[in-house]
Design a protein around this ligand. Structure first.
Ligand code: ISL
Ligand code: CA
Length: 564
């Protein structure tokens, strides 16, 4: 396997709006990020990925871009951005920018032109169609509820939007659109960035003719049309072209956000010889506690099983081994907080947050940390729907409660468990008012637990989650086996302990993670000589044990290494 800086590095995702506000308007900004670079360097991360900072009307917090080469005013100026990049590079860190090109904002000049008239030169930059029998051109549902089409009075046609109606899909069949995208990418790479995270990049190619989706849910007016746009017919062709015309001329990393991909797709997309991306974000493990096949999709709340988690992670680990490269994550700006989701955010907050970090960061792939994860930030519950800011949450609430009359408490519960605003409350820097994020009232409420969960407090405490993250990052960096080694799962059926080994050139590591709040005697497979092993890290003080049985405490995680 080829050595690469982006395989060895750890990525930290910043959601700029919620990270750090430098000018007291309640909104995080670029200078705010620059102020925290020393913090990030000290944490040990190598690569920063910023969620979009481009000009945007913020219907979907920057994932609706109205100018691809301008900085959002609320976040600062191009000069602030350039200064931030310089400061990142000075510290030997790198910068990955978000690339959102499946769609733009409806306020982008291209769309403003496009909707003017049917013969406007920009008409074909987007996907316009006549209605069918007085209704939408097809039956596709939007990711964010309702039809994926919106009628535009001016020209009497519908335009496609897989996300909100303010996020019209760009028409990738149009060569000019593709050229605009590549030119824009080169513009940012010429400025010196080190890569792109590509938003829903595997949705850019749609089946010609845009046929109806298969009706899988008779009760629903609109249907999931993934078969017509996930990894669509020209996806690889477009990506190869993008590599030729932009990416391959720079030393950059790319990570494709690719909903619905399977390990075989992931292996093909990231293949070292024939692939088109450095890595992808897969979603299989994020769907483990929902029901993607049901009417409610992600909003259905379902218990999950550790054996299922093992099956998913192992499939990704083994299918990509020796071919492509994994990304490793438990959180991002769209997902609930991992300690609330997979650990115990109350009684074993510290233990389970550390255990989860150990479990996912030491697999084969590049680990991603989402802001606040390193201090164990948790989910939040706001009593009133008015306190939520996310368009997905509001669309869901309106559809279910306002339109369908569903039980409000039930819908609020699904929002507490799955809503994206769980990840978007302000970063908790200290126990000062507004968690040290801002001097003014933030754009979204702070999680009330900031008085006990915050950076300042954890910096002072040797045993904190934050200090464990620092140590863990160094352990991985110091052992090639934890970066490049192959992965083998132990005990696939065990519902309590997740254990796996890594192996590289005669060196072996063992990762053991207790996912329960009980003490467990775990006997290590004879394939790993734990008696002769060196302990690399653990989330409880180490104790001498006899033989190959580990007495694991609640949510305990340990890592061992042997050299043969
Ligand atoms: O967030 C999800 C479920 O709540 C996903 O379905 C998500 O919408 C999907 O992964 C695409 O996400 C990306 O594109 C969206 C944007 O809203 C997300 O924030 C972004 O990560 C549209 O640009
Ligand atoms: Ca600000």
């Amino acid at each position: 396997m080829e050595r690469k800086w982006w395989k060895e590095g750890v990525v930290y995702q910043v959601y700029p709006r919620s990270f750090n506000d430098s000018n007291g308007d309640g909104i995080g900004d670029l200078r705010g990020i620059t102020q925290k670079l020393d913090y990030l360097k000290d944490l040990g991360v190598d690569i920063l990925w910023l969620s979009p900072v481009y000009q945007s009307p913020n219907d979907d917090n920057g994932y609706d871009i109205s100018h691809y080469r301008a900085i959002m005013e609320e976040f600062g100026t191009m000069e602030d951005w350039e200064n931030m990049l310089e400061e990142i590079h000075k510290r030997d860190m790198r910068l990955v920018m978000d690339l959102v090109v499946n769609h733009s904002s409806d306020e982008h000049a291209w769309f403003q032109e496009s909707r003017e008239s049917k013969d406007n030169p920009y008409r074909d930059y987007y996907i316009w169609h006549d209605g069918k029998n007085g209704a939408e051109p097809n039956n596709w549902v939007s990711f964010f509820s309702g039809s994926a089409w919106d009628y535009d009075e001016a020209t009497g046609q519908y335009y496609l939007h897989l996300f909100t109606d303010k996020q019209p899909d760009l028409n990738w069949e149009n060569e000019q659109v593709r050229q605009e995208v590549y030119d824009m990418m080169n513009f940012w790479m010429d400025k010196g960035i080190d890569g792109f995270r590509m938003d829903v990049i595997n949705l850019i190619s749609k089946t010609p003719g845009l046929p109806d989706a298969e009706v899988t849910n008779k009760d629903n007016k609109y249907q999931w049309g993934g078969e017509h746009f996930v990894n669509g017919p020209r996806f690889m062709e477009f990506m190869n072209e993008m590599n030729e015309q932009a990416l391959k001329h720079y030393d950059v990393m790319t990570v494709g956000e690719t909903p619905m991909v399977k390990p075989e797709d992931g292996a093909a997309f990231t293949d070292e010889e024939s692939g088109v991306l450095s890595m992808v974000f897969q979603f299989d493990h994020m769907e483990i506690d929902g029901d993607p096949g049901s009417q409610e999709g992600k909003w259905s709340v379902k218990p999950w099983k550790l054996s299922h988690m093992k099956e998913i992670m192992t499939d990704w680990q083994t299918t990509l081994n020796g071919k492509g490269w994994n990304s490793l994550y438990l959180e991002n700006h769209d997902q609930p907080r991992s300690v609330s989701r997979f650990g115990d955010a109350e009684e074993y907050h510290q233990e389970s947050a550390k255990m989860l970090a150990t479990f996912y960061q030491l697999m084969q792939g590049t680990p991603y940390i989402y802001q606040g994860q390193e201090i164990g930030m948790t989910n939040v519950q706001f009593d009133s729907i008015e306190d939520y800011r996310d368009v997905e949450i509001h669309n869901w609430y309106n559809e279910q409660v306002t339109e369908k009359g569903k039980d409000k408490r039930e819908i609020m519960h699904s929002i507490f468990v799955k809503g994206r605003d769980n990840a978007r409350t302000p970063m908790q820097w200290s126990d000062e008012k507004y968690a040290g994020f801002s001097d003014a009232e933030p754009w979204i409420k702070v999680n009330p637990n900031y008085t006990s969960v915050n950076v300042e407090q954890q910096q002072k405490d040797d045993q904190s989650i934050l200090n464990y993250y620092k140590e863990l990052i160094q352990v991985r960096k110091n052992h090639d086996v934890l970066i490049y080694g192959s992965y083998q799962l132990l005990d696939p059926e065990d519902e309590q302990v997740y254990a796996y080994t890594r192996e590289l050139d005669g060196e072996k590591a063992l990762v053991v993670a207790n996912f329960t709040n009980e003490a467990i005697d775990y006997s290590v497979s004879e394939s790993f000589a734990v008696e002769q092993a060196e302990r690399l890290i653990g989330n409880y003080p180490s104790e001498k044990e006899e033989g190959g049985t580990l007495q694991l405490k609640p949510y305990e995680a340990r890592v061992y290494r042997v050299q043969s």
